[in-house]
Design a protein. Structure first.
Ligand code: AMP
Ligand code: MG
Length: 351
């Protein structure tokens, strides 16, 4: 694979315009730029330039049949890429854009096969982040941008995560500080009736149903290595996995704390280095060097914004096993957090 001299643009109020202009020029020339969005960092390139999109797949080591989300900054740009936009799709765009909701619609022929993984549909969203929006506007391009991690690894929530995965493999990283949401966008397929949620995210099933009535759930929380029938190609790949083995313990807080404390002793006796990802409520029962807080158990926004960071933190600490407290609320964005951690886990224990 080609090697790059990856440049890092650290954004502040004074250099924002200049940095965006330079990054936009690189997008126009067919280069790759990692940038913050409100969900996670994305790795962007001109969505209509097949060579540029190819560089994204190569940098990430992403399977070619896993399509990319295309980021737009206006409704007009959206209309230039898709056809047969349904009334429900218009409603959702009006309510949730810019924001963490991705809509799958029928593509127009201008969208190349490589961007859609050969599908006749394309996934679109408008990000709620100033740097991302300015980059799209200034480049004048729709920007294809999957999460800016090596394929299979936890998604990046800081520029440091991007650099650790992709330094030397991409042209630019724009450092805009840590992201807000921490898990990827909700993905909804608008080409079926009723529409189907293919990936849970910050915009919940309830949020969507309040606007357009009932929707199908087209995902489950397991991995499907051999299942060719999945509706979203990304669903069949291992995801979000740190180097350490992840064991998820689900149940009420008291039972989970008991189980994790028993497993902690067992692993310690066997000489394993253990990392603990715990809710605030559980953390107070443990004394260990490697504890990372998932926030308060009834605040799924806190769990969302700390999950990927915590998994990567434990890899930096070179732990062998990560025990994860699954007693956090599964409501709202908690459904998305649960989906991601279940996919990252080698083992799920219910207590
Ligand atoms: P990422 O960009 O890493 O957040 O991944 C994008 C997700 O959206 C993956 O799970 C893809 O499989 C899914 N996706 C993108 N485009 C489509 C599409 N046209 N149809 C179904 N799923 C899609
Ligand atoms: Mg991803």
């Amino acid at each position: 694979m080609k090697t790059y001299r990856t440049r890092i643009f650290r954004i502040d109020e004074n250099n924002l315009e200049e940095a965006i202009a330079e990054a936009a020029a690189i997008i126009k020339e067919g280069g790759t730029v990692a940038f913050p969005t409100e969900t996670v960092y994305g790795l962007g390139a001109d969505a209509l330039n097949p060579e540029a999109v190819k560089a994204i797949f190569q940098a990430k080591g992403r399977p070619a049949d896993n399509p990319l989300i295309v980021h737009v900054s206006s409704k007009e740009q959206c209309e230039s890429l898709v056809k047969n936009i349904s009334d429900k799709a218009v409603l959702l765009m009006n309510i949730f854009w810019p924001g963490p909701l991705t809509l799958i619609m029928e593509r127009k022929q201008v969208v190349p096969d490589i961007t859609t993984g050969g599908l006749d549909t394309v996934a679109l969203r408008m990000p709620d982040n100033k740097v991302a929006m300015e980059l799209i506007k200034c480049s004048g391009k729709a920007i294809a941008a999957p999460s800016a991690n090596r394929s299979g690894k936890p998604s990046p929530t800081t520029a440091e995560h991007v650099i650790s995965d992709l330094d030397g493999r991409i042209d630019v990283v724009i450092d805009g500080g840590p992201v807000i949401v921490g898990v990827e966008s909700t993905v909804i397929d608008m080409t079926t009736e009723p529409p189907a949620i293919l990936r849970p995210g910050m915009v919940s099933q309830q949020d969507i149903e309040n606007e357009i009535g009932s929707v199908d759930i087209g995902y489950d929380d397991k991995v499907h290595p051999d299942n060719k029938e999945v509706r979203s190609p990304g669903m069949k790949y291992t995801h979000y996995s740190p180097d350490a083995n992840v064991i998820l313990v689900e149940g009420n807080n008291e039972n989970v704390t008991k189980k994790i404390s028993q497993m902690f002793s067992d692993f310690q006796m066997r000489g394993a280095k253990i990392g603990l990802l715990l809710t605030e409520e559980s953390a107070k029962h443990f004394v260990s060097k490697e504890i990372f807080s998932l926030g308060r158990k009834d605040k799924p926004e806190e769990t969302a914004s700390s999950l990927f960071f915590g998994l990567r933190y434990m890899d930096e600490k070179k732990v062998d096993v990560i025990l994860v407290d699954g007693s956090f609320s599964h409501l709202g964005v908690g459904a998305a957090v649960s989906n991601r951690i279940r996919k990252a886990a080698e083992m799920i224990i219910k207590v």
